[in-house]
Design a protein around this ligand. Structure first.
Ligand SMILES: [Zn+2]
Length: 95
């Protein structure tokens, strides 16, 4: 998948509005990483989902805030909202 250049902003706006839902900023942000790193992010996301379900994040430490902090510390610029969207499966990536 290639990103649209800025000059096509209007046509990509139309396409985005027709498609609905949110693009996944987290998956886009980790795309350039190695396979091992992307896999580790996917595991971390699963751990956050499980911790959220079991409400034991105080014991496990797996929270959205934690993942955002770790990623930002390693040069991957994501926001709380972007990661939360992915964790809650509100994005279009389906992962
Ligand atoms: Zn996603």
């Amino acid at each position: 998948m290639t990103m649209s250049p800025k000059s096509e902003a209007n046509s990509s706006l139309v396409a985005a509005l027709k498609r609905g839902g949110y693009n996944c900023t987290l998956m886009q942000a980790v795309e350039p990483l190695g396979e091992d790193e992307r896999q580790a992010v996917a595991v971390a996301v699963d751990n956050i989902r499980v911790s959220t379900q079991k409400r034991d994040w105080r014991k496990t430490g797996y929270t959205v805030n934690w993942l955002v902090t770790i990623l930002c510390e390693h040069g991957i610029a994501v926001t709380y909202r972007q990661v939360e969207r992915h964790v809650k499966k509100q994005c279009l990536c389906g992962a």
